[in-house]
Write a protein that binds this ligand. Structure first.
Ligand SMILES: [Zn+2]
Length: 343
């Protein structure tokens, strides 16, 4: 571990963008796969991440459709993920889960309770806090999304804080799901949305906020293609949860120009508030420490920028305002006590 690793490890962190099924630790995944009769070669091929990685969504589908069995699986995934995150000084995490993907195995209530029990156990063991964000599977129908929000409303829990949307964006623009978002908003849930990933039109970023009520954005990179929209969202202080290991850009940008052509390093200069996240950590071969390291090493952000991203994470979180005020002070003090390695 070098000085930059030590610095990135010691940073007090929140995570605002991590998918529960993307966070299954590798040995646990192998156990689930063996239990379902999946051969080692197929398990290996699912995990392969080449220099030009394909997306990871097919792995999440394999978990939903073939590998998961019971609510206890979700409890285990949650607990193990938070243990791993806490070991990288993640103090608070907001986690996506697609309840419709496992509805053929167990009910929303059973799945949610298993995850919340994992939160409670991890809070006691590792002092990490967590909130759950059920997410719309945009490859499924809008009616299914409405049904999912009905489940959320029928089974309210304080730690189930909001509604998100994920899976493949090109065929699932946010506006298709306006009704589910409106119901969730009216019921008092916070809103976030994956938009502007996969090189999708910046319109998706706009509709996520203006029509679907998103208060923060996951990815959101293509907002840069619309300067007026960029200015407006910069002024509104919308936090973008960005992912340095995002496979779309690893796949589509020339490797030797990847860091230079990537939208992430241009976002703060355009006035946008960004915060780096791991998304699907074992699948992206990333940890919270490495994620922050990439911001410094690959994208060239310095100490002041990283300090800003740390505070953006608190600003963008769905924690209560009083807790956020406390964290702003505590994280700033902790950050300022750390020594940033000389280049
Ligand atoms: Zn994501």
């Amino acid at each position: 571990m070098d000085a930059l690793d030590r610095f990135c490890h010691a940073l007090p962190k929140v995570e605002l963008h991590v998918h529960l099924l993307g966070a299954v630790l590798r040995p646990t995944f192998a156990e689930f796969a063996a239990r379902a009769g999946m051969g080692e070669a197929e398990t290996e091929s699912l995990y392969a991440r080449d220099a030009r990685p394909k997306g990871v969504l097919h792995i999440l589908r394999a978990l939903e459709q073939r590998l998961l069995r019971r609510p206890a699986d979700l409890h285990r995934i949650t607990y193990e993920h938070l243990a791993e995150a806490a070991s990288h000084n993640v103090r608070h995490s907001e986690i996506f889960w697609n309840p419709t993907g496992t509805a053929h195995l167990f009910s929303y209530r059973e799945g949610a309770e298993a995850i919340l029990a994992g939160f409670a156990d991890a809070a006691v063991e590792f002092g990490v806090s967590a909130l759950l964000i059920p997410a719309i599977d945009r490859e499924d129908t809008p009616e299914r999304a409405v049904e999912m929000v009905e489940w959320m409303i029928a089974h309210r829990r304080d730690a189930i804080i909001g509604l998100g949307i994920d899976y493949r964006e090109p065929d699932g623009p946010p506006e298709r799901f306006w009704k589910a978002f409106r119901m969730a908003k009216q019921a008092g849930f916070r809103i976030t949305a994956h938009a502007g990933e996969f090189g999708c039109h910046p319109r998706n970023v706009e509709t996520a906020v203006d029509l679907c009520g998103a208060e923060r954005l996951d990815h959101g990179y293509t907002v840069l293609e619309d300067p007026a929209l960029t200015r407006r969202f910069a002024e509104a202080g919308i936090v973008f949860t960005v992912v340095p290991t995002n496979s779309f850009y690893l796949r589509t940008l020339a490797p030797e120009r990847w860091a230079r052509d990537h939208p992430i390093p241009r976002m703060p200069g355009a006035g946008l508030l960004i915060h780096p996240n791991t998304d699907d950590p074992p699948l992206h071969r990333v940890t919270p420490t490495r994620c922050w390291r990439m911001m410094a090493e690959d994208f060239g952000f310095g100490r002041e920028a990283l300090r800003g991203f740390t505070l953006n994470g608190i600003a963008g979180s769905f924690l209560p305002d009083a807790a956020k005020r406390h964290l702003f002070t505590a994280y700033a003090e902790e950050f300022d006590a750390l020594e940033f390695p000389a280049a």
